[in-house]
Write a protein that binds this ligand. Structure first.
Ligand SMILES: [Zn+2]
Length: 98
């Protein structure tokens, strides 16, 4: 018997949990278009907005947020050390920050 074809859900990535009541609010700012080369290290699943991306560039890291469906509007967290940004990333994924 053949295995079933992969379902839609097999293609889903990580989903950020909905922020809980006392979640920390990130100070998002409109992306300022720094010329630094940015690499996207991780991202959340595109099926749910906001979509988040963990990015690095120029020796720092930050998180991008696409608040609405489509990628027209982009916001950025403060640029921080990789370790600090990674902690914020985990908080976002677990609903402790948004
Ligand atoms: Zn998904």
């Amino acid at each position: 018997m053949k295995p079933p074809p992969p379902s839609h859900f097999d293609y889903h990535g990580v989903h950020a949990v909905a922020p809980h009541d006392r979640a920390f609010r990130v100070r998002w700012s409109v992306a300022d278009g720094r010329s630094t080369l940015v690499r996207v290290r991780e991202h959340t699943c595109m099926c749910t907005y906001p979509v988040y991306e963990l990015c690095s560039g120029g020796g720092l890291s930050f998180i991008r947020q696409y608040p609405f469906e489509g990628l027209d509007e982009m916001r950025e967290s403060p640029w921080m050390r990789a370790q600090v940004t990674r902690e914020l990333w985990m908080r976002i994924l677990t609903g402790q920050a948004w």
